[in-house]
Design a protein around this ligand. Sequence first.
Ligand code: NG1
Ligand code: ZN
Length: 553
Amino acid sequence: MDQSQIASLLNSSELIPIPEGLKLSYGTAGFRGDAKLLESTVYRVGILSALRSLKLGSATIGLMITASHNQVSDNGIKVSDPSGGMLSQEWEPFADQIANASSPGELVSLIREFVEKEEIAIGEEKKKKGAEVWLGRDTRPSGESLLRAAEIGVSSVLGSVAIDMGILTTPQLHWMVRAKNKGLGATENDYFENLSTSFKCLIDLIPNNKVEISKLLVDGANGVGGQKIEEMRGSLSNLDLEIRNTGREGGVLNEGVGADFVQKEKVVPLGFGLSDVGVRCASFDGDADRLVYFYIPSVSSGNKVELLDGDKILSLFALFIKEQLNTLGDGDGGKEGKKSRLGVVQTAYANGASTDYLKQLGLDVAFAKTGVKHLHEKAAEFDIGIYFEANGHGTVLFSESYITWLVAKQKELTQGSEEHKAVSRLVAVSNLINQAVGDALSGLLLVEVILQHMGWSVEKWNELYEDLPSRQIKVEVPDRTAVVTTSEETEALKPLGIQDGINAEIEKYTRGRAFIRPSGTEDVVRVYAEASTQEDADSLANSVAQLVKSFLG
Ligand code: NG1
Ligand code: ZN
């Protein structure tokens, strides 16, 4: 690293000092915290993303400024790799180090060491194209000034370009980065067009295309997702949409609204009520990478909803895809005459009833640690890998070689035959559903088209299986890192003895299951419990929470 590069980094970092005592870790979804404290973090991640681009031959990197479903006063930042996936985990320790460096001097020496180790040519040594970083942000008021900090970070790596892509959903930015690096059209318009074209294609493939379309109510969490679906509604002729909580009605982002609220509380979001009984409703989270459905079953149900979470969405997708593979014929359903490898990936938070259902469908069910980067990695091992977190973050991944096989098959088969239709549906799904990350918009379109294809109401879909009652609790403790779990997060290794206590509680309940883990995005320990009745699930969760308090409080 030459002198001019060092001077550039020192000068800019002096302008954006780190707040006293700030300690952050990259976590399940990048850095998150109180927006007021994040300027130095975002600036430093700007530097990291420019270095990442240089390391990968000036490929475009994405930087998304969002704190997703967290409160509006929080914000955060995460990096998209050129594939559109999350930042390679190998770079996370470096992200932690530079975010926490206590002075400009320490920051520069960490960067210097890293650049040498990774053999990244920067500054004067860099003769060819510089780094390129695309920046996106959600609707949080703090987003604009944090975006400026990211720009300063990117441009302090000499020769780098930061491009402000404006207000976007998280999955839009990931999709655009992926498309750009594949040499495809990568504007927001390209994204919208891709979605509406593949949606229409799937609609046209519905057998006896005579479906009655009932209204869908969308809860936009007062964030970016409601605004974006509103922008594209004109091109979605087969949907009768009503969008609420767009942020323009005066509501607050994620406050009493949105996918996280509905999934955790199982009650109606603000803006919905008894006049919506029986209507199919969908909720996005604040940056529209999560999607859940719900409905109010009857006027006597008060504010309680029937929730169709990520597990139910996964089950619906799996059923539809399996139906197409069956039409293709078992033996011939996969490339090279082999059976296609369709697999599903869940986490420990998946409802036990959903796992039983998926297994009973004959599917290969794999488990991954919480955090989409872990699920994504596992799902990528299949020809078609469907992954979902119970909270509604998920997608369907098609391997490149499987898509090539499908496209060739589509050309070979007779137009109009059932096999041709099945292949065409799979190709359209691979175009519709975001291949980079979970995407509430594309997920919603796929759910809608499958329901129309099956001729199902939301109640009928909900009947696929009955969720086991469950409860989640957050426990605030002085040091959440004192909880260490096994790789699948179902058992606590530390603090010593706590797992015995949890096991003893579980024993007391029919179909009891419970586990604890430290959150990667909030300063809490999470408790999950399920059992055969809601009272039992609540009581099990409470006693495990008590254990956490007594061991760690
Ligand atoms: P943490 O805070 O690590 O539990 C939460 C979600 C994850 C994931 C991330 C990123 C739960 C229980 N946890 O992580 O699944 O979505 O946020 O947003 O829902
Ligand atoms: Zn989100």
